[in-house]
Design a protein around this ligand. Sequence first.
Ligand code: 3PG
Length: 393
Amino acid sequence: YRTIDALDAQGKRVLLRADLNVPVRDGAITDRTRIERLCPTIAELANAGARVVICSHFDRPKGKRVPEMSLKPLAEALSAALKRPVAFADDCIGPVAEAAVAALADGEILLLENTRFHAGEETNDPAMAAALAKLADAYVNDAFSAAHRAHASTEGVAHLLPSYAGRLMEAELKALDAALGNPARPVVAIVGGSKVSTKLDLLGNLSKRVDVLVIGGAMANTFLAAQGHGMGKSLQEAEMHDTARAILDTARAANCEILLPTDLVVAEEFKPNAPTRTVRAGAVPEGSMALDVGPETEQAIEARLRGASTLVWNGPLGAFETPPFDAATVATAQVVAALTQSGALKSIGGGGDTVAALRHAGVAERMTYVSTAGGAFLEWLEGKTLPGVAALG
Ligand code: 3PG
């Protein structure tokens, strides 16, 4: 792929695919990371004299104009972050969008309305891609976190205009390549979260590519139960036992060490500050459930991290949103941050809950790289080709 180093932006209309699908509660943006990470690309293009035309999806309006899913508030948020004006057009294609683009001077910035207000976005309708392409002379994709979607604005349009990766896309791809493409070894992966069933392909791919695969979170319960351990009333997926055993076999064949919990923090009830006990992984009492990995497991993870050069982290080790079940996640995150800061470890985290967990531990700024992507990060860990990246050539 080409980066915007190869783009002579002066006087050009540049269609910039962003991911402004930011978390919103009661009409207020609760996390501005995606906005902040996007700003360098916008500023660089505008400073180079481009007429910057930004498009993005927001939420899932399913091809209809849903007023609550308008991107209009994002124009103000972008303007505040960039400290320059950002105009807004009430549609992302057609006469309204065309007129707004035509009104731009060199160096000016325009945000278009939600691409998913048109059904052709998600069906990757060639007519929608052509209507987007008509707005610009060049296309820059800075939406790694939407690159797992083969939509008109992420994939179709890339075939119709000279296409480039934006700075955020470039940073994400470099970090991911350093983690799994061509990593410094040994590589440790920590995979947590609640379900084996949602991370099957991910576990399968990682077990072939990393040296140590640490499995935590409720999905570890499924693996432990599959090995015949009594798990009390722990959350687990009984129908996934065969699959869990198959994953362990694949890993063994690939010389990947799988590290499962040897001790667990259990409680009779899942509630904040519930009384807890630490038990052997094979001995969860009948009326108890595992909610975090124990201190012995935490030590074992730390030892692997001390011997590692690269870490890929997806998913918390325990029910971190409900203290004290955040203990192992927080302690491990602090070890990761210290090793990263000392230069001994390259640490890459991403995907859904992971960013929240790293923030909760206060280490998100001290990792080598934290991805802005949820689903796209997971699909990349699964070893899949992301259509939005592939289309950049
Ligand atoms: C995300 O937030 O992960 C991306 O913006 C993709 O959103 P989607 O899952 O609605 O396609």
